[in-house]
Design a protein around this ligand. Sequence first.
Ligand SMILES: [Zn+2]
Length: 467
Amino acid sequence: MRSGPLSRRLSDGVRAGLVALVVACGSSRPAPPPPIVARAEVAGTSDAPAPWVEENTSAERVAAVRANYEKTWTILSQRTGKKPALPALRVYSTRERFLADLQDTGFSPDDVASFRRVGGAPRPMHGTLWVPPDMKLSGVCHELTHSFIEALCGDAYQRAKWLDEGFATWFERAECGAVGFAPGDPVKLADMQTDEQWSALRVANPSRVYGSAAAVVARLVARFGEAQVLQLLTALRDQDLEVGLRQVLGIDLAGVQALADEPPPPWIEAGVEAGRARAIVEDYQRTWSYLVGLAGRPVHAPQLVVYRTRERFVADMRAVGFSDSFLAMFERSSAPRPLLVAAWTAWMPPDAEPSAVCELLAQGFFDVLSGDASRRVRWLDAGFARWVAKRECPASSEARDARGVDASAAITVERIVTRFGEKKLVELIAALHDEELEPAMRKVLGVDLAGVQLDAGEAPGLFRVGP
Ligand SMILES: [Zn+2]
């Protein structure tokens, strides 16, 4: 099976466990998702014309761009049965020349100015796929996917932008190794429907909008299967989105929105032991629903990824963009917290204890509420993570409590909850988004740090816990 570094399929055993889990929740859901089957090895090449290449572009870059183009072409022509006219590739070494060409091709000065300001590149138009120097290789997959979407539904994608951009973004991640997903606050479907809304949002925050759209499509694919999503795109050629959704998927827009608000289906590397995967997924689901309850509003859950091998994990960390010194550390042990803008993923390497996922989620949640406050107020971040883990994941190892700093922090957090309640704790973390600790504490709790800190006399006992 060819797939990108983050493209994983659940093993049958794990899937059975997940389906059982979903059924056990007792909600009124449609039939379980269709079986996920290994895809046939893709073979063959496209008949793409030779690319135009700006001088000073490296041969490696051109070869890699072509490889991604051909891969996308081969996979999507197989799965869609379509062979849209092949756009000619133009590979640039400068953004200036790329922008000048857009202008010459008939893009309005406003559009060109927007590409200058925001970055990025247009979908294939006028028979051309533009590849500026800052386009990621997976972006080639993304843009070419738009050609297949248009082959399926004509220009109806303009009435369902979340499906158009969501499918292209989902595909580049599933098949071309792109990382990056929805950061914190999801964008609602209603705000990603038409081209006009999309353009406005794109300027506001591209990663939120693309990430939200991809998250919706990932849920649809997990629930109904990719073939049905392609069928939906085909149906849009003659039908309204609402009608197409009801006829093809048996769901309405509100149903899609409800699906989008659920955590994304986990990705589990083939060969992970089923019991381990199930334990992690259960801890993940329980902890996230608790955290969302605390927030009192929808928050996109981080993508859960469970590894069988540290090699694969390190390869993904490289794709996220970690430096060599981090990678050297990841080769031995540990994993990063979910990164909001870069990836929004809870990575579980093979040697992490299952309940570590609880701390990862708590850290991600802390970032959603507070921005980068974890760097300024480490004890509250660490204490919150330990406190959530002890509360929601009782299997969480006591050995970790032997680490005095985290344990002291967790007790301080517990003390805040006992005195002021969970909601106040969440309010305090959210207040750190714009304020320093002391003023935030005085404003939200009415006390300063000394008012909740451990007494020296209480601390020594902590260090007797564990081996
Ligand atoms: Zn796009």
